[in-house]
Design a protein around this ligand. Sequence first.
Ligand code: GLC
Length: 745
Amino acid sequence: MIKDIIKLLPAAAVVLAGCSNPKTQSSCSDEDRFVDSVVNSLTIEQKIGQLNQISASGVEEMEKLAAQGLLGSILNESNLDNLHRIQKAAIDNAPHIPILISRDVIHGYKTIFPIPLGQAASFDPELVRHGSEISALEAASDGIRWTFSPMLDIARDPRWGRIAEGYGEDPYLTSVMGAAAVKGYQGDDLKNPQSIAACAKHFVGYGAATGGRDYNSTFIPMRLLRNVYLPPFRAAANAGCATYMSSFNDNDGVPSTGNKLILTDILRNEWGFDGFVVSDWFSIGEMINHGFAADMKDAAAKAINAGLDMDMVANAYVDHLQDLVKEGKVKESKITEACKNIVRIKYRLGLFENPYPTIPQSVKYAGEHLVAALKTAEESAVMLKNNGALPLKNAKKILLCGPMADAPHDQLGTWVFDGEKEHTVTPLAAFKQSEYDVTYIPGLTYSRDNNTSKFAEVVRAAKSADAVIFVGGEESILSGEAHCLSNLNLQGAQSALLAALKQAGKPVISVIMAGRPLTITDDLKNCDAVLYMFHPGTMGGEALVNLVSGKVSPSGKTPVSFPKNAGQIPVYYNQNNTGRPASGHEILLDDIPAEAGQTSLGCTSYMLDTGFGPLFDFGYGLSYTEFAFSDFKINQTEFTSDNDIIEVSFTLKNTGSYDGAEVAQVYVRDLVGSITRPIKELKGFKKVFLQKGGSESVEISIPVSQLKFYGLNDVEVLEKGSFDIWVATSSANKDIKWKTTIEVK
Ligand code: GLC
């Protein structure tokens, strides 16, 4: 195929092909020659056609556009036959350039994995990589070769519905998980028909939407952008991520879709990215709403000149770029450059040789895929509380209740287009297959249900059960894009049902399926155990039975801080110390005497009603077993170069009576800096599985370069001075197992 296309090109174009890829300027590769030969042979209309992405609207319409060369990419079509027809129309007609077929494969295609926030809770990057690899294989079987994933937006505000789609509040955890996802989707070679191009989104700062309201403006100063919001995207670039997506938000007055500083100066000139950038849905046109562009033509000029290569569904480029070139407002070379970026990724995907899928349909829901989804769901569950009710030891008669106990659609979570609820294994379905004698009375029919008429029946059934398993949380529609909440308590009458169940006098195990951390503060007293599964995907029910039965011990850790109430937001672990740090002994609301003197309390950074810390700290999670840490060692305590490696080692022993896994976390604190630095930052972690009684020597290496940060004048620095470093099982000081101080000299 590639030879056929070259044959079609004017000889001059092939001869003239020089080295256009800025990344490989020094050595003109076959890729560069091919890309140049294809693009240099195109008319300006054909070049602009490559910059155009359309949302599928009828296969005939798409065929026509493809045949006209006006369709660089398509989204929202996943029918194999339709995609074949559209692709054939593009291949059979000049300029014979294959279409890049895309889809939102966010946490699975057919086999649905836990939402990314849940996957982050596994603290197991290999699971994330493998899940993305499976998702790519299933999607590629329908001809989809580009996904709009991973989402790398740091989120410190769970009111924002899209916290569900990312990997939480921490830059390091998000960087590790995002890079794993990129590797999973793209594999070792994009040309492999099972690989699909990844897309790091939403570039950048989208998760800092003011007030947690989606699409709202962000005001992230450059240093915070560099030190918190950009690192995961830089990690994706280092992992070879093929594409990026500009975010909807305006940051400090500049919409990302028209922001040359991030799209060109940082992404390309600093990080050496040579793929292409797609706008988010119609975000070129939204620059008019922002008041940043006067009209669509102005928006098109601002976007292409900032370095935005592909226009998702605004039609701005096809409608205006030619005129803008004639008017001298856009150089044709910008269009040529954008076109080459896109053709380069199509070349790397092997689309010129293999534009049609070759993977059997049998890969969808394959047995090994469901097993992988099960393992991920098991490892994504975080046990937040357990007073001994779990695992179910002598309980045989189970009352299963709650609005999410048999919710096959909602259990899958947000951003699921192709996964079918018929394949979902719900808790009810799994318990029916188990050795338990289960009685199922939902009590509430959906998460927002306020009908308490069934409560008496549920409580009666609870009294004759050995244990109660309540499965609640939120419907999938309550998180995800544009689904933000100002109140994060359990919806509907769920808390009332938990309070009623408490009266039955039997152990109550609460299982929460949600797209965000919910403020379950007042529910805890009514729960003997809490398992937080986020939205666990297709195999969530079977994972739940394996967890409560003790077949698998919970091993998840919170990827976000859980606020006590919405008023406490934002609350995150890696905050600065402030000039008046809370001591942890502050006087709280109920302890304040009447007529308290003006300076008798407060004077440190905390809230009178909620105190200082969150309900659950970042990195927290319980297990059925216990672990002992010993023999801590560090290779040295003085370092002189950012090429040095800090090596912390220790022995970990499973001293309990269950097999299980612990996540050893390494945090650092830069004690004095040229700018104020966070009180702690996660810089390494390792999840270690140990059989009961087993032990293992564990080593965690941290490059000294990870102590660098962007200080004054937007320069990345490694500053001399003292750093505390410690190993812990959560970000809370009470979970520190070992601590020392190192010096950078
Ligand atoms: C949406 C989302 C983005 C998604 C795109 C295509 O608005 O912001 O994450 O990939 O449009 O569906």
